[in-house]
Design a protein around this ligand. Structure first.
Ligand code: NAD
Length: 502
């Protein structure tokens, strides 16, 4: 047999799971939005104990969800381990087809997922719909790649470098984009042949469970599972001996715990962590136009985006004029319940985060900060925060150094490009950054000196699902998206294959 006949997509086995085995029950059952279950080995599983999330706009309970036990974790791990070999043995094209069908399924359920996302997460309905649209595009882009097989002719042998699946993966998801960040992990894991267990955030568990329930229509039992639980669950999953890979999105503090736990069995980790993105605004920009964009990119999702603009650095020549324009545009952003007409900022997602963000507001008085806009919160029902800009706080204040993950942002000044770069890099985070100027030579020169995984010029937030995304410094390890994201679910294997018999 020639080497190329052996090498397809990293597997030599010819086994097949039959992609629709046992799935007909799920295929025909419509999704209901009142019951939410764990999904273990292709079945909807309930638990003795349950809990409820909270609608952050109304503070009313959302539907109850399971609290997985250690036993549930063991069951899901065994099912994933059993599913691994047959799933990895499916031809790559068959897995791609299943993943693309999952994208179609999510697209068909877009309105139901969007409405529930607003109820559970709090984001305005137009942004909930956008999250589902981007999620569908991300799944499709992920399924469009082929893993490369690199061959070198070396006389009597052919040397082949290929990518083989790692084994069972665990995907740990935060609450700010509960559907989008789950699908990125699901699509990349399963298309490369790895079963995955999704753990949604305890603050937004229900949408993630429903997403995985939907996935049962397209994947064999054990390939895609979900467990919702309490604070023990993440620890049980990352410490378990079965998984080969943990893909984690969340805070830098938790990321360090995940890495420590994963190190016991040298699990591969991808860590997508916090950020403190600077926007560097040079003195030659169109002030009104750029101020409007900066307000949008600082306050979208109520500032609860890893790569939201979290420090606005403005050239000292224009800072007063720029601040006035920023204030004008920020005042236009309406805060409210996500289904109200024209709302841009929904509530902070949960009470814990709400209290954390309010702590930054308490610093305003304590530290005598100057409020450019906002500064006072509405009170009453719901975790609402007024978008707030603080004019030139002390450079060593918490607001400048830490990630509030809410709509309160410092405005800072710089005198020249060198100082802008120094200030931008003066953080242990390194997720994203943007540079704004009409002079492209200047922007591109500054951009290349920023210590961050992604740097944009005259924009922020531009994301293509086929392009890798990840953090430098303590903003993460590894990348998601693109071919590099897929390879992170694979081992690289080198085969020295002989061309002829001995
Ligand atoms: P978090 O770290 O508190 O929680 C994230 C997830 O980890 C949740 O599912 C949580 O239950 C789980 N978890 C908690 N303790 C754990 C443990 N010991 N072991 C394993 N899992 C554990 O983060 P969050 O508050 O949900 O999300 C906000 C943070 O996420 C922000 O810092 C934000 O910047 C970051 N984030 C980063 C990206 C990125 O792509 N870099 C994207 C979104 C959010």
């Amino acid at each position: 047999m020639s080497p190329s006949a052996v090498i397809s997509d990293g597997h030599t086995a010819s086994g097949t799971t039959g992609l629709n085995n046992g799935r007909s029950d799920f295929k025909h059952a419509p999704l209901t939005w009142t019951n939410f279950s764990n999904i273990i080995d292709g079945k909807l599983e309930t638990t003795k104990e349950t809990r409820c999330g909270i609608n952050p706009a109304t503070e009313q309970s959302n539907p109850s969800v399971p609290i997985a036990s250690k036993d549930d974790v063991d069951k899901a791990m065994s099912a994933a381990q059993k599913a691994f070999k047959p799933w990895a043995a499916e031809p790559y094209a068959a897995r791609q087809k299943a993943v693309l069908a999952f994208a179609d399924g999510l697209e068909a359920e877009k309105e139901a997922f969007s409405k529930f996302l607003t109820q559970e997460q709090g984001k305005p309905i137009q942004f909930a719909r956008m999250e589902i649209d981007i999620a569908v595009a991300w799944i499709r882009a992920t399924a469009s790649f082929e893993l490369p097989v690199e061959k070198t002719d070396a006389g009597d042998k052919e040397i082949v470098v290929r990518y083989t699946p790692l084994g069972v993966a665990v995907g740990i998801v935060p609450w700010n984009f509960p559907i989008l960040l789950a699908v990125g992990k699901i699509a990349a894991a399963v298309v490369t042949g790895n079963p995955i267990i999704i753990k949604p955030s305890p603050f937004t568990p229900a949408g993630g469970l429903k997403l995985v329930e939907l996935g049962q229509r397209y994947f064999p039992p054990g390939v895609l599972q979900a467990l919702s639980g309490d604070d023990n669950l993440g620890i049980w999953l990352t410490a378990h001996p079965i998984p080969a890979k943990i893909s984690f999105t969340g805070s830098t503090a938790t990321g360090k715990k995940v890495m420590e736990s994963a190190s016991k069995t040298l699990k591969r980790v991808t860590l997508e962590l916090g950020g403190k993105d600077p926007a560097i605004i040079c003195d030659d920009i169109d002030i009104d136009d750029v101020a409007s964009k900066i307000a949008t990119f600082a306050f979208l999702n109520s500032g609860q985006i890893c790569f939201a603009i979290k420090r606005i650095l403005v050239h000292e020549k224009i800072i007063d004029e720029f601040r006035n324009a920023l204030v004008k545009h920020t005042k236009l952003l309406k805060v409210g319940e996500g289904n109200e007409e024209g709302v841009f900022l929904g509530p902070i997602q949960n009470s814990m985060q709400f209290e954390k963000v309010k702590g930054f507001f308490a610093d305003i008085e304590k530290e005598g900060m100057t409020v450019a806009v906002g500064g006072k919160n509405p009170g009453g029902k719901g975790y609402f925060i007024t978008p707030t800009i603080i004019d030139r706080p002390a450079e060593d204040s918490r607001l400048v150094l830490e990630e509030p993950f809410g709509p309160i942002v410092p405005l800072l000044s710089f005198a020249n490009d060198e100082e802008a770069i120094d200030k931008a890099n003066n953080t242990f985070y390194g997720l994203g950054a943007s540079v704004w100027s009409k002079d492209i030579k200047r922007t591109n020169n500054i951009a290349q000196q920023i210590e961050a995984g992604t740097v944009w010029v005259n924009c922020h937030f531009e994301m293509y699902p086929n392009i890798p995304f990840g953090g430098h410094k303590q903003s993460g390890i590894g990348v998601e998206q693109g071919l590099a994201g897929l390879k992170s679910y694979c081992n690289s294997q080198t085969l020295y294959l002989r061309k002829s018999n001995l």
